[in-house]
Design a protein around this ligand. Structure first.
Ligand code: ZN
Length: 324
C-alpha cells in the first residue's frame, strides 16, 4: 500500500481513538473515570464528604433471595454513624430481580452478573454501593477446580458486595436469627469497603491467619460467624481497634498525585499506538543483498573483485583453489 495513504488511515484512526478516549470516556460514569492507586482513597469516597456527599445503594437479587430490609436499614444507620454523609439511601427503582439456574457462583460469575444488572455508578456528588444477593454458594475457582465454600458475604470490588442468602438461612437452622446474621454480614462487608482491616495500611490487630480481619472476636471484622449452639450472637459493631482505624483513614488526606484520570491514560495509549504504526510504515526497507545472475564459469568471476570481502579473504589462499 502507498505510504501516504497508510499514514492517512492511521491518523484518522488516531483521531477517532482520541475522540473516544477524551469525549466518550470523559462523559462516562465517574466510577470509570478515575483509578485510585491507594485503596484508602476508595474508602474516603464513603467515609468523607470531600467529594461525595451522599451514598446511594443499589440492590439486585436472584428471585427468592430478597434482602432483609431491616438488616439493610441497620446498615444505613451504621453508615450515618461512621461516615460524613448528608444522605444514605436505597434506590429501589434500580433493583433487578434475576432469574438464575445456577447454585454456585465463581468470582467471574459475580463480575459478569454485575455487568449485566448493575445500573448505578458514582455520579455527581453521590457514591454508589452495589449489593448482589444470591442463592447457593460461592465457588472459589482460583485453583484448577471449583471449591464450594462457606462464604456468607464477599466484597469483590471497591464498590460491590455479594451476599449468599442460602448460607444465612443455613445459620438460622442452627438457631441463629437470619436477620441478626445478615446485619452482621452487611456491616462486615461494608468494613471491607472502607479498607478494614489493614487494606492499604498497617493494623496491629490484623489476624495473620486471616488477612484483612481482626483478631478481636467481639468485633464485626472477625473472620467468621460462630453459628454453633450456645455461641454468642454475631457482633453488630466494629471493635475498638477498628474504630481507631476508621478515624485514622478519615484523617488521612487523599493522595491526589496517585489518581489516574482514565481518559488521559487512553489518549496516551492512542498516541503511542499511532506513532508506532507510523514508524512501522516509514521505516527503511530491510537490506536485501543484490542478486547476481548465475555465472556458468565459476563463482569468482560473478563477484566484482573489490566489493566482495569474502573474495578478498580467499585471495590469500589463491594458489590453493583459484586454478582448480
Ligand atoms: Zn471478611
Amino acid at each position: 500500500m502507498n505510504r501516504g495513504l497508510a499514514i492517512s488511515v492511521v491518523l484518522v484512526g488516531a483521531l477517532i481513538g482520541a475522540y473516544f478516549s477524551v469525549v466518550v470516556v470523559g462523559e462516562w460514569a465517574d466510577e470509570h473515570r478515575y483509578i485510585y492507586i491507594s485503596p484508602l482513597d476508595y474508602a474516603l469516597d464513603y467515609l468523607s464528604d470531600d467529594i461525595y456527599k451522599n451514598i446511594e445503594i443499589e440492590v439486585d437479587w436472584v428471585s427468592g433471595e430478597e434482602p432483609d430490609w431491616n438488616a439493610m436499614n441497620f446498615l444505613i444507620d451504621k453508615i450515618y454513624e461512621y461516615c460524613e454523609k448528608d444522605r444514605v439511601y436505597i434506590n429501589h427503582s434500580a433493583s433487578d430481580i434475576i432469574f438464575s439456574y445456577k447454585n454456585s457462583y465463581t468470582l467471574e460469575d459475580l463480575v459478569s452478573m454485575e455487568k449485566e444488572h448493575r445500573n448505578l455508578y458514582k455520579h455527581g456528588d453521590t457514591a454508589v454501593i452495589y449489593f448482589l444477593y444470591l442463592n447457593g454458594r460461592y465457588a472459589d475457582s482460583s485453583g484448577y477446580s471449583e471449591i464450594s465454600t462457606e462464604v456468607v458475604g464477599l466484597t469483590y470490588s471497591h464498590s460491590s458486595v455479594a451476599i449468599f442468602k442460602d448460607q444465612l438461612r443455613g445459620m438460622e437452622k442452627q438457631g441463629l436469627s437470619e436477620e441478626r446474621a445478615e446485619k452482621s454480614v452487611l456491616l462486615h462487608e461494608f468494613g471491607h469497603l472502607i479498607c478494614l482491616v489493614g487494606i492499604g495500611y498497617h493494623a496491629d490487630h490484623e489476624d495473620p491467619e486471616h488477612p484483612h480481619h481482626t483478631i478481636h472476636q467481639d468485633g464485626v471484622m472477625y473472620y467468621a460467624i460462630n453459628a454453633s449452639k450456645g455461641a454468642p450472637p454475631p457482633p453488630l459493631d466494629f471493635c475498638e481497634d477498628s474504630k481507631k482505624d476508621i478515624e485514622f483513614i478519615k484523617s488521612r488526606p487523599r493522595d491526589e498525585s496517585r489518581v489516574v484520570y482514565v481518559p488521559w491514560l487512553l489518549l496516551a495509549a492512542d498516541l503511542v499506538s499511532a506513532l508506532t504504526l507510523i514508524w512501522y510504515i516509514m521505516r527503511p526497507e530491510p537490506y536485501t543483498p543484490p542478486q547476481y545472475p548465475e555465472y556458468p564459469y565459476g563463482y569468482e568471476a560473478a563477484y566484482p573483485y573489490e566489493e566482495s570481502h569474502e573474495y578478498a579473504e580467499q585471495e590469500d589462499d589463491y594458489d590453493d583453489w583459484y586454478y582448480y
